[in-house]
Design a protein around this ligand. Structure first.
Ligand code: ADP
Length: 219
């Protein structure tokens, strides 16, 4: 059987990055976070990074042309199946992805992590990220461990994780990613998963859904 291609959808801080990385590792798939890649470009001061910087600082989606440049460049090089975290985020991006994938588009799965806004806001306040390897955890874990458990790197509060920025990103998610959810739903490619619960519990459901089954916890 061909390797799975998986798109992870969900509001900011719904757990896409955490679940996506675990899934890619478990199923031996390539992994791309367009958000992380954009932050890297900003840090590197590349032309793309300079164009993206203002949008990221304000919690707005970057223009489709930038998101597509990153994602398609990466997809052209990817071998085997993949997990995408944060792409596509708009209907235009989803349609471009389908055009790129051609027949492969129909067997792609989109997994939506569903979670209520109060919990998202709590997570954003608590979230800490490793500057080197992008491991993500909580403030409590960061204080306990002092450095990244995965690579020893520095754990920091992500610069775009303030509450106003989060609310802007959340509004963009509802307005612009809502149609992407409908698009995958109407083409029978959407799976909804309850994103509340421990990382391990959510992962069990995500994994079951990816392997074609559904252990009943998905909503
Ligand atoms: P989160 O999902 O918590 O917002 P990400 O790291 O996935 O965090 O994304 C950070 C930011 O990067 C987004 O809020 C958005 O501004 C930008 N971004 C990432 N992917 C895309 C995309 N496909 N289209 C437009 N903007 C994007």
């Amino acid at each position: 059987m061909a390797d799975p291609d998986i798109v992870l959808l969900g509001a900011p801080a719904s757990g896409k990055g955490t679940q996506g990385r675990k899934l890619a590792q478990e199923l031996n798939l390539s992994f791309l976070s367009t958000g992380k890649q954009l932050r890297r470009e900003v840090e590197a001061g590349s032309e793309l990074g300079r164009e993206a910087e203002g949008y990221l600082a304000q919690g707005q989606y970057v223009p489709d042309s930038l998101a597509l440049a990153i994602a398609l460049k990466w997809l052209r090089k990817a071998t085997g199946g993949w997990v995408l975290d944060g792409f596509p985020r708009t209907l235009a991006q989803a349609q471009e992805l389908d055009d790129f994938l051609k027949q492969r588009a129909q067997r792609m799965k989109a997994i939506l992590l569903e979670i209520h806004t109060a919990e998202l806001e709590r997570r954003v306040r608590e979230r800490r990220e490793c500057v080197s390897c992008s491991w993500t955890g909580t403030r409590e874990q960061a204080e306990e461990m002092g450095s990244c458990p995965s690579c020893g790197g520095k754990l920091v509060y992500r610069s775009d994780d303030n509450l106003q920025n989060f609310r802007n990103r959340h509004q963009a998610f509802v307005e612009l990613t809502g149609p992407v959810i409908d698009y995958y739903d109407s083409s029978q490619r959407l799976q909804r998963v309850n994103g509340l619960g421990s990382v391990e519990a959510v992962f069990e459901t995500v994994r079951a859904v990816c392997k074609g089954g559904n252990d009943g916890q998905a909503t």
